[in-house]
Design a protein around this ligand. Sequence first.
Ligand code: TXE
Length: 483
Amino acid sequence: MKFDQQIRNYIYGELEAPISGTYIDNYSPATGEVYSKIPDSDERDVLRAVKAAERAFPVWSNCGVKKRFRVMMRIADIIEQYLEDFAQAETTDTGKPITLSRTIDIPRSHSNLRFFATAILHFASEAHHMERQAINYTMRRPIGVVGCISPWNLPLYLFTWKIAPALAAGNCVVAKPSEITPMTAYLLSKACIEAGLPAGVLNIVHGYGQKAGQAIVEHPLVKAVSFTGGTATGKRIATLTAPHFKKVSLELGGKNPNVIFADCDFEKMMTTTVRSSFANQGQICLCGSRIFVEKHLYELFRDEFVKRVKKMVIGNPYSDKTDLGAVVSKEHKEKILSYIELAKEEGGEILYGGEVVEVAGKYENGYYLQPTIIEGLNHQCKTNQEEIFGPVVTIMPFDTEEEVLAYANSTQYGLSATVWTQNISRAQRMAEKLEVGIVWINTWLTRDLRTPFGGMKNSGLGREGGWEALRFFTEPKNVCIHV
Ligand code: TXE
């Protein structure tokens, strides 16, 4: 697929170059080569985008939910119509297998738009009647100009996950995708033009986080910020928004426990655990990177897990046979390798993996790593406390529920957890005591978009999804009428 060599910002309905005239190299992780360039935008481009959003807000916020529904559904239809182009772009930007782009990333992107385009038709609020005195009703009105900033692991999936509820609720958006994976956001801007989205309703500014991203967060007209990315960046954004009382939603890192009891459905657990460990090269904040197995199942689990992971096909992400593609960047590959070295220093044994994968031909300079399984560490070591965000898992045995709960809850993170057991009472006990925002029991990544999505502790602030998202992107006002 041919890509525009220089992608552009999308401001007030037009595709335009950055005011600076400078561009950033965009690498394909599969080949390690520059395949396009992205705008190196700064606060001047962000100012144009914020002004465009401010100008569009009065019409968009008052055009009625049916108009918003129709336009958003048209954008979703266009994404679906060009699914293959979007999938090729997503794989070229991220290095993930094309099968993942085709079946997860892009379908979920148009689902996000359709979900919130329809949800807004049913979004209602409440009234409170005071006998013989007054009637109260709650108005939920759009906030105004909001900022949406997204990461590189699920680029269009997470970009639309924020933009869709913001637009459906009647806000106008200034959005920035990761500078590492901008291509599908650029294709989205073209889809918006084709769909007839009114100018200024959505504005996409490309560029570095500390420059363009920070300018969005800091602009006084941006009243709310929805962010997904690293915990460190989340802390920075929280610091910048707090003094201005901006609403902020933070979806951050994770170090998720996968707790496996001996009474589990072994085959279902095993098939899912290979996926929850290594999907998207382990670059999903919900991956189960710490695996705890009840002691008398441990050896059977370990041997079967290693046997299955050894069969995974690593390499050319454009092949339908590939299970693991490239990790997202050279720097990220080095970061992951440094954690594997750390694990060895901390006494871990590499049961399988730990090495760079050499792929022949045009992919020889790509960023490929083996899926890596490590045992023999304790739960408090850095390898088991810090987010690696790559194809690396640790496995550990445990004796009792109390012991594994202490292990599971021992990190600074609290995003998600998976529990495998046929004992429903035990499942309920574990779900109640796990310090996370999402618990999957006998499954993983089963997603109902109506449910509250997000974590606690250093995994974030607030929840996305369903009414939670529409409430985040609206301001409630109580109106009390004397009767
Ligand atoms: O995230 P960053 P990165 C974790 C994972 C990963 C780490 C860093 O551990 O290694 O975060 O990944 C923009 N003001 N997750 O570098 O830096 C930036 O341009 C405003 C978990 O991708 O947080 C990008 O668009 N914006 C996560 C976005 O923030 C700023 C998924 C994310 O970048 C900014 C991805 C600033 N000061 C990484 N600095 C998850 N929870 O899914 C950066 N940005």
